[in-house]
Design a protein around this ligand. Structure first.
Ligand code: G3H
Ligand code: 13P
Ligand code: ZN
Length: 306
């Protein structure tokens, strides 16, 4: 069934688990994620970025995602990830996304509030929930305290931002970054900052750039020819504490991409005579599904679908 992020994230924050928000790009990644959710009896957020909309075509990818959600026996939200302006957010609201992110994190505080509020004003009357972002997703290793404070989310500003915008969920910056190379040395989140934010903000919080970059996947891809040296993600033991401090949505794209790529490389290397796309993409879909299921188990959403 199609639900909003708010529908599934409010119970998640209240009850101490998080919903995996998994990025999809095509039929294989979409069905990997929705089948994983059914097998795990887990609510899930399927998320689509503007660059996927360009790649796959808006009507096609949204049509597929909405059909998958509507046919699913478990709650599935169809969410715009990193909507960068009002136009894309309003197009997605009108096209039937159940949730949109308006990412004004690159704007000045007051401008981010104004843009976010504008999206909330058109989304809420349509029953669509809104995620916004405050702070910047960037590596903070080897930066001064002042530089870190300028990048990471300030707890008092987060409180004011939520009050002024009426947003449903908030993405916070606590030291994660997108992609496969998150840390050069010690992998560490600013959990003290997250604690202060969660004491001031009661809506569900979102962690972007949250892939763990499993080393076994890096090794598998490397074995079959990939170059990924230095790839490093979030240590799995840090999720538990982040969830206990209000994180109710954990965004994963990179780990699914790694599973896909490692498996396509493996199949092509081991079966040079194979040229049926289904025999190449089928195992890759299965590998993404296993990653999706492992996130549901790790974040505690398995078994939470009513
Ligand atoms: O932040 C989300 C993604 O990992 C970047 O995705 O390459 O589809 O824009 P994209
Ligand atoms: P990763 O690159 O860590 O998977 O982050 C994905 C993300 O935040 C999508 O919005
Ligand atoms: Zn993100």
């Amino acid at each position: 069934m199609l639900v909003t992020n708010k529908d599934i994230m409010v119970p998640a924050r209240k009850n101490g688990y998080a919903i995996p928000a998994l990025n999809v790009q095509n039929l294989e990644s979409l069905t990997a994620v929705t089948e994983a959710a059914v097998e795990e009896k887990s609510p899930v957020i399927v998320q689509i970025t503007p660059s996927v909309i360009k790649y796959a075509g808006l009507a096609y990818i949204v049509g597929l995602a909405k059909a998958a959600a509507q046919l699913s026996p478990v709650p599935v939200a169809v969410h715009l990830d990193h909507g960068e302006n009002f136009e894309i957010a309003s197009t997605c609201v009108n096209l039937g996304f159940s949730s949109v992110m308006i990412d004004g994190s690159f704007l000045k505080f007051e401008e981010n509030i104004a843009l976010t509020k504008r999206v909330v004003d058109i989304a809420h009357p349509r029953g669509v929930s809104v995620e916004a972002e405050l702070g910047k997703l960037a590596g903070v290793e080897e930066r001064s305290v002042e530089e870190k404070d300028a990048i990471l989310t300030d707890p008092d500003s987060a409180k004011e931002f939520v009050e002024q915008t009426g947003v449903d969920t908030l993405a916070v910056a606590i030291g994660t970054s997108h992609g496969a190379y998150k840390f050069k040395s010690e992998a560490k989140l600013d959990l003290d900052r997250l604690k202060s934010i969660s004491e001031k903000v009661s809506i569900p919080l979102v962690l972007h750039g949250a892939s763990s970059v499993p080393q076994w996947l890096v090794e598998k891809a490397t074995k079959y020819g990939a170059t990924l040296s230095g790839a490093k993600g979030i240590p799995e033991d840090q999720y538990k504490e982040a969830i206990s401090l209000g994180i109710a949505k954990i965004n994963i794209d990179t780990d699914l991409r790694l599973a896909f790529t490692a498996t396509v490389r493996e199949v092509l290397a081991n079966s040079p005579k194979e040229f049926d796309p289904r025999k190449i993409l089928g195992p890759a879909k299965e590998a993404m599904k296993q990653v999706a299921k492992s996130k549901m188990q790790l974040f505690g959403s398995s078994g939470k679908a009513q």
